[in-house]
Design a protein around this ligand. Structure first.
Ligand code: ADP
Ligand code: MG
Length: 252
């Protein structure tokens, strides 16, 4: 049963890899406009859950429902076109293109419906997209690097670039897999500020994160995954004080 105001429902999902059960009875309801964090120790099944949502991994049973549409069985690009965008644990960018071109590419894709090259693309719309991309680079703090080769960016800057590439698609749901992994404390704080700014624009987010500072700065709701099961779900304060969570994760 999906509650009202729930935009993403992971309904009773199981995932087996051979004899290994990576996800068991996972039921997750993400409310519109909220930031829902998923925490848990290494190997808990967090990335698997994310990959099930975006269609990279088919669940063994159960379903994922987005805004009334069953995603299960759809290809990743179809799910993306429904308004779901994700930032990977390892950035996926076009290393040989400039930073600006990287951000313009998904903007064209959003407009044209696919990554196709449109030879009749008007100079006018190209200019509009360039301006939009430049605004996005300002938002993610990369405008000074707009002509640099994306492949030459630092690790933190690559992650910021990938975030910009996701945001310019104007997704309804943004999925983030450890967005601050490998970042310095300074870059982490900049990213938190950026994600807070997005939050004020009403975008729904699911964030997988190890860093408790990030989780407690951003999350409206937290679900704890341990050994493929959701062992607790609640407000940040409730999760902080839950003895099962402290045992399974925070203390461990
Ligand atoms: P997390 O992201 O929480 O660290 P994962 O979702 O990556 O955890 O992994 C959950 C479990 O599933 C781990 O035991 C992992 O070894 C296993 N696993 C993940 N992907 C695969 C795969 N493609 N094939 C086999 N086992 C996998
Ligand atoms: Mg992972």
């Amino acid at each position: 049963q999906t509650r009202e105001n729930v935009v993403l429902h992971v309904a009773d999902v199981q995932k087996n890899f051979g004899g290994l059960r990576a996800l068991s009875d996972v039921d997750l309801q993400v409310e519109e406009g909220k930031t829902h964090a998923i925490i848990g120790p290494n190997g808990a099944g967090k990335s698997t859950l994310l990959n099930v949502i975006i269609g990279r991994i088919p669940p063994s049973s159960g379903a994922v429902i987005f805004d009334g549409t069953i995603l299960t069985g759809k290809a990743p690009h179809e799910i993306n076109q429904l308004g779901i965008s994700r930032v990977f644990q390892t950035p996926e960018i076009f290393a040989d293109l400039s930073v600006l071109q990287n951000v313009m590419t998904p903007a064209f894709a959003r407009r044209d419906g696919a990554f196709k090259i449109n030879m009749l693309r008007s100079v006018e719309s190209e200019k509009g997209i360039r301006e939009e991309a430049e605004h996005m680079l300002e938002d993610v703090g990369l405008i000074h690097l707009r002509e640099a080769h994306a492949g030459a960016l630092s690790r933190g800057d690559k992650r910021r670039l990938e975030l910009g590439m996701c945001l310019i698609q104007k997704p309804r749901l943004l999925l983030l897999d450890e967005p601050t992994a490998g970042m310095s404390r300074h870059d982490t704080n900049t990213t938190i500020e950026l994600l807070k700014k997005i939050k004020s624009r009403g975008m729904t987010k699911v964030i997988i994160e190890h860093d408790m500072h990030v989780v407690f700065s951003l999350a409206d709701k937290i679900s704890v995954l341990a050994q493929g099961r959701i062992i607790a779900s609640g407000l940040p304060q409730e999760i902080k004080e839950d003895p099962r969570v402290q045992e399974a994760y925070l203390g461990g």
